[in-house]
Design a protein around this ligand. Structure first.
Ligand code: NAP
Length: 317
């Protein structure tokens, strides 16, 4: 039997499915693997199911000259923690779990949009602290989101699911910026530059993959173009947004608020952010629902089984 390592505990049906084909080891730690664990994962297992934070860099691959591992079946669509080019160079294939995450992550984006526009975090903190003295007509007035203009940065699977919800559910006008030209099945206008998009929208949602190409894509130059009543939401990867520039924009009133599911130096969240009232902070909840995590795990295991059977990998990256 081929040996498979799950680098985190996954839902039971995923483990059961994997055990039908593999001799499975489940790592008993919720933190990303350290350097030594990364090296032994490549030496001791045929297949690894890694996830967010398991940093398979080019240095890790070159530190293990004769890898037993031939497949990294990533749990998650985002795989910016794996240097996939370096993996391929040493004969290791990489797969991910596209599609399984789309609706759940789009839902979280809509939640963050509403929470930041309607100041839900501030209100919740006020109630919990016993500071609420009752309803009055000018209390906690936020941005009325219905009918406003939404800008999507990265009109892929998740970007389109967000836009679809916002257009049909909230009557929002959709504009977007994307690396390549994109036709979508609902009314939406592609804008040529990110700066132009930022200047035209009431809410800007970031939905591009992480990695070198998108590092600090949203920085001071983009934030300064936004309207002072506008909000930024990031459900992509933390380092797509320059966090220091975002903190400046939020504290100086260049923008009205932000909703974040991800952080530049995750899981570190700077005090400058937690001190601000006009930012909603979630602990990377994008796909955090049991059926979604199960579907992601089964998809990763399907890739592993295809590898074991010598079939083409369904979700090679
Ligand atoms: P996807 O379908 O591959 O969509 C990505 C989109 O971004 C594509 O349309 C792509 O354009 C565009 N893009 C890539 N680089 C760009 C750039 N430099 N400038 C402008 N546009 C660019 O991926 P997805 O399934 O929607 O997932 C997107 C990301 O969301 C994932 O990679 C992951 O990091 C993140 N995510 C987060 C959570 C969470 O828990 N918060 C959950 C799931 C996913 P092209 O058309 O040119 O390819």
């Amino acid at each position: 039997m081929l040996k498979l390592l799950m680098t985190r505990k996954l839902p039971d049906p995923v483990l059961e499915k994997a055990r039908e084909t593999f001799d499975v080891t489940v790592r008993d730690n919720t933190q990303p693997m350290d350097h030594e664990e990364l090296l032994s994962s490549l030496k001791d297992y045929d297949v690894v199911l890694p996830t967010l934070g398991d940093a398979y860099s080019a240095e890790v691959f070159s530190a293990v000259p004769h890898q037993r591992c031939k497949l990294l079946a990533n749990f998650g669509v985002g795989y910016n923690h794996i240097d996939a080019d370096a993996a391929r160079k040493v004969g290791i294939e990489v797969t991910n779990t596209p599609g399984a995450v789309t609706d759940a992550t789009a839902d979280i984006a809509l939640m963050l949009m509403l929470m930041t526009c309607r100041r839900a975090g501030e209100g919740e903190r006020m109630v919990r602290a016993g500071r609420w003295q009752g309803w009055h007509p000018t209390q906690l007035l936020g941005l009325h989101m219905s009918g406003k203009t939404l800008g999507i940065v990265g009109m892929g699977r998740i970007g389109q699911a967000i836009a679809h919800r916002a257009h049909f559910g909230f009557g929002m006008t959709i504009k977007f910026y994307n690396r390549s030209p994109k036709d979508v099945s609902f009314p939406a206008e592609q804008i040529d530059t990110l700066g132009d998009l930022a200047s035209q929208v009431d809410v800007l949602v970031v939905a591009v993959p992480g990695g070198a190409e998108t590092h600090h894509l949203i920085d001071a130059s983009v934030l300064q173009k936004m309207k002072p009543h506008a909000h930024v939401v990031n459900i992509a990867r933390g380092d797509v947004v320059n966090e220091a520039d975002l903190i400046t924009a939020l504290s100086e009133g260049q923008i009205a608020g932000a909703g974040l599911d991800v952080y530049e130096f995750e899981p570190e969240v700077p005090k400058a952010l937690t001190d601000l009232d006009n930012v909603t902070l979630l602990p990377h909840l994008g796909t955090a629902a049991l059926e979604v995590r199960t579907a992601m795990g089964l998809m990763a295991v399907d890739n592993a089984i295809a590898f074991a059977d010598g079939r083409p990998l369904p979700n090679a990256v």
